[in-house]
Unconditional design. Structure first.
Length: 118
């Protein structure tokens, strides 16, 4: 599928779409670090981010600045792609949710994963 899309669409446009998607993911991660530090300070953390919330806020600012440097056409494609992805995600999850059907889904958020020591 990726090869077919790459064959039909300009590689520069695909690169811009990849860039904006990756930068958006970094923004979500940086925001998640801040939110989790405030909402669940006792949560086990195998990796700690120094100078919270300064570093995550800088990460958000730099990523947003890079995103704003991309063309408007890329923003339009990004929002369409995001909407399509969210629709697929939610329509799939309605039919295939193990929690909704009462099936044991294994460990949940109440049981944090073990800390990996190396």
């Amino acid at each position: 599928m990726v090869g077919g899309v790459a064959m039909l669409i300009d590689i520069g446009s695909l690169a811009d779409l990849t860039n904006i998607g990756t930068l958006f993911a970094f923004v979500l991660v940086c925001c998640g670090v801040i939110v989790l530090r405030r909402k669940d300070p006792a949560r086990p953390r195998p990796f700690r981010v120094p100078f919270v919330p300064v570093f995550p806020l800088l990460g958000v600012l730099f990523c947003v600045a890079l995103m704003l440097s991309l063309p408007l056409e890329t923003w339009g494609r990004f929002f369409i792609w995001l909407a399509v992805g969210l629709l697929i995600y939610f329509f799939y999850s309605v039919r295939h949710s193990k929690l909704r059907s009462g099936v044991d889904a294994g460990p949940t958020e109440d049981q944090p994963p073990p800390i990996i020591k190396t």
